[in-house]
Write a protein that binds this ligand. Structure first.
Ligand SMILES: NCc1[nH]cc(CCC(=O)O)c1CC(=O)O
Length: 311
């Protein structure tokens, strides 16, 4: 008897594309899979994410998983609340896509080429704060909707530009519409941007092992673990102006041998909304501690303690 793994996903084009890659990998490993689309309140409301709250895209999927309606949930990792869900286990963090943000602007323009007063759409306080900090006189306007809708507002002339996660555009096969990849030095991505989180029930050891051995990428997992530990220690919700990016880098130990280490950069806002940037490097096996240490440093520098996970 072969078990069929029911893989739950949101119904957006992006979610379906992401889930498709997970399903294909599991099939290639010999599993039988079925895709189950779950509607979430985040898909049904047009209100700003900051208003409808954290977890709007993910809690319905998590409940369906805990209630045995599905066996696997595929999330955009950055949309998951930082608080752990004791009913579930993170079975895999697949190899991460390019985590950078990307600009889609009219006439092929880059950020630096946009004239002052240009309208740039984003619903993300993190992106807005970092765009403001460039001092280009851009007019940042709120924006929501799926990737297609957002790019459409540039195509139809409603906006001069939008900023989106490169990974989302890439998963939809639309990278040709990107006019500039934003370097982390000016625009740090959201913690875990570009990564997926593949969850299963805490007691479903068979599914966990299959998913982990088929899909987990330890470098991606270490990087996002550090980024999200930083976010959690700042008590920031997903809508807070906090960015983080970790990379695995080569280093030399005391005997001159090559070792791999984790390098983490972070950005957070002060109560006056000025941006603070800091970085730290640590052991690959100490990803969580590295994230917490960088958060402590940002707090020492005057970063605002942000509202808790419920805000
Ligand atoms: N908050 C929405 C969301 N969640 C994940 C992605 C993109 C894919 C990813 O970062 O993994 C997006 C769209 C965006 O931020 O442009």
């Amino acid at each position: 008897m072969t078990r069929t793994l029911r893989i739950g996903t949101r119904g957006s084009a992006l979610a379906l594309a992401q889930t498709g890659t997970v399903a294909e990998a599991l099939k290639a490993a010999g599993a039988q899979v079925e895709i189950v689309v779950i509607k979430t309140p985040g898909d049904l409301s047009d209100a700003p994410i900051a208003q409808i709250g954290i977890g709007v895209f993910t809690s319905a999927l998590r409940d369906a998983l805990a209630n045995d309606e599905i066996d696997v949930a595929v999330h955009s990792y950055k949309d998951l609340p930082t608080a752990p869900d004791k009913r579930l286990v993170l079975a895999a963090v697949p190899q991460r896509e390019d985590p950078r943000d990307a600009l889609v602007a009219r006439d092929g323009l880059t950020l630096g080429e946009l004239p002052p007063g240009s309208t740039v759409g984003t619903g993300s306080p993190r992106r807005a704060a970092q765009l403001e900090a460039l001092g280009l006189g851009l007019n940042i306007v709120p924006l929501r909707g799926n990737v297609d809708t957002r790019i459409g507002k540039v195509r139809n002339g409603e906006l001069d530009a939008v900023v989106l996660a490169r990974a989302g555009i890439a998963r939809l096969g639309r990278t040709s519409e990107i006019t500039e990849n934003l370097e982390p030095i000016q625009m740090l991505p959201a913690p875990a941007q570009g990564a997926l989180a593949v969850e299963c029930r805490i007691d479903d050891v068979d599914a966990e092992h299959l998913i982990q051995s088929t899909l987990d990428d330890s470098a991606s997992r270490a990087a996002v673990t550090a980024e999200r530990a930083m976010l959690a220690a700042l008590e920031a919700g997903c809508s807070a102006p906090v960015g983080a990016l970790a990379d695995v880098v080569e280093d030399l130990d005391d005997e001159g041998k090559v070792v791999y280490r984790l390098s983490l950069r972070g950005v957070a806002a002060t109560p006056e909304n000025d941006l603070l940037r800091a970085s730290a490097t640590g052991d690959l096996t100490e990803a969580e501690g590295l994230g917490r240490a960088l958060a402590a440093e940002l707090l020492d520098l005057g970063a605002a303690v942000l509202s808790g996970p419920e805000a």
